[in-house]
Design a protein around this ligand. Structure first.
Ligand code: PLP
Length: 393
């Protein structure tokens, strides 16, 4: 008997074969009892205001309608008011038309890429950088062009502008600061330089600032602090500093003309953000002055745990943390960069702790592991204890 032939057509070439994210790949086949220092999400409790909003779901009105495509007006207003706290040099604030509420900032990225990363164009992405930027560009039939970062993963605006000069047609330029996976930052001058270069090249500048509120000593500068709302689209999220990744609420703030086609994509994909999540989002944004300092305390406690439990790892990583919860850890000197993934797997299988091999974030990430300090404190302590001996620490 001949083997049955599939009646399912081949996937679109932009989608390609099934592939797992590096984080999921590290989790797959992990021995029982493995502690994860791989996931990039907060391990502290959902803030009280959000829990109350979810408990009070719908109030006395038992209906749960779709709601407006672009998010509920009260949430759009809340995002505008929140974003205006840091924007904007000329004092004009942020208006609701400049806000797109999305199902996580991931959906904002997807919608913006689909709307602007034209087939055959180039999309400039940080290397090392958040893995989604490359796959999202691929889904559009665009080419991801990596640009190098400066020391400590900071934005090197000149290097970015040089890369921009080598491409034929760049549709989108992505910045991420504070950065995943390096924790790198951007200076006001660097942001202004990139904004000017993107305007000159006719490229949409997307500034992913989802870790911006998780600073330790001083608030980082954002694109809209430096160059007005028209200079580019800034992404924010409830997933990191607001401690609520499962709500799947994020946003994009920028020029209404840049957002308009992305809104169509987002509507086509999701219809509207989930209503219960929007209730909790309004509550969280309304309580930002209490929730965010609390989140920064959670993050400080995690970096202090690293210094206490594994000071050798902290010293290996060099200059102290400035924002976010990622430790960007060079491999022990004896391990060559080409063995980054093999080393991460060996550590996982022999010491039962997962990290993410830096090579997953781009070619320039080889030679590093990304260690997330974001998770629950007891797991973090145990994971660091298992990790440290590999560095003789
Ligand atoms: C740099 C960066 N941008 C965007 C996202 C997406 O976050 P969310 O969709 O939960 O808002 C993440 C998630 O890890 C991230 O690290």
């Amino acid at each position: 008997m001949s083997a049955p032939t599939s009646t399912v057509s081949a996937p679109a070439t932009t989608v390609g074969g099934p592939s797992l994210s590096p984080i999921r790949r590290m989790a797959l086949g992990a021995p029982p009892g493995t502690v994860s220092l791989a996931l990039g999400e907060p391990g502290w409790p959902l803030p009280q205001v959000a829990r109350e909003a979810l408990r009070d779901l719908g109030g006395t009105d038992a209906r749960l309608p779709y709601g407006p495509n672009s998010g509920r007006p009260d949430l759009v207003e809340a995002v505008a008011a929140f974003s205006a706290r840091s924007a904007h040099p000329d004092g004009s604030g942020v208006s609701p038309e400049q806000v797109m509420v999305t199902s996580g900032s991931q959906a904002a990225l997807f919608a913006l890429f689909q709307a602007h990363a034209t087939r055959g164009s180039d999309v400039l992405v940080p290397d090392p950088g958040f893995v989604s930027y490359v796959s999202l560009a691929g889904l559009c039939g665009a080419r991801a062009v990596p640009y190098p970062l400066g020391p400590g993963g900071d934005l090197d605006a000149e290097a970015l502008v040089r890369t921009l000069g080598t491409t034929r047609h760049t549709s989108v330029v992505v910045l991420n600061h504070p950065a995943n996976p390096t924790g790198g930052m951007a200076s006001a001058r660097g942001l202004a330089t990139v904004a000017e270069a993107c305007a000159g090249a006719g490229a949409l500048l997307v500034s992913d600032e989802v870790y911006k509120e998780l600073w330790l000593d001083a608030a980082p500068v954002g694109l809209h602090d430096v160059a007005g709302v028209e200079a580019g689209v800034v992404l924010g999220s409830l997933s990191k500093a607001f401690g609520a990744p499962g709500l799947r609420i994020g946003w994009a703030v920028g020029d209404p003309e840049a957002l308009a086609p992305a809104r169509l994509v987002h509507n086509a994909m999701t219809t509207a953000p989930a209503q219960p999540s929007q209730d909790a989002a309004v509550a969280l944004l309304g309580a930002a002055d209490r929730v965010l300092p609390g989140a920064r305390e959670h993050v400080r406690r995690r970096w202090a745990t690293l210094a206490r439990v594994a000071p050798g790892l902290s010293a290996t990583a060099g200059a102290g943390p400035r924002a976010g919860f990622y430790l960007w850890l060079p491999l022990p000197g004896r391990v060559p960069a080409v063995e980054t993934e093999a080393f991460a797997l060996q550590v996982r299988d022999e010491s039962l702790v997962t990290t993410v091999p830096g090579s997953a974030f781009g070619a320039r990430g080889a030679g590093f592991l990304r260690v997330s300090l974001g998770g629950p404190l007891e797991e973090l302590e145990e994971g660091l204890r298992r990790l440290a001996p590999w560095w003789g620490a």
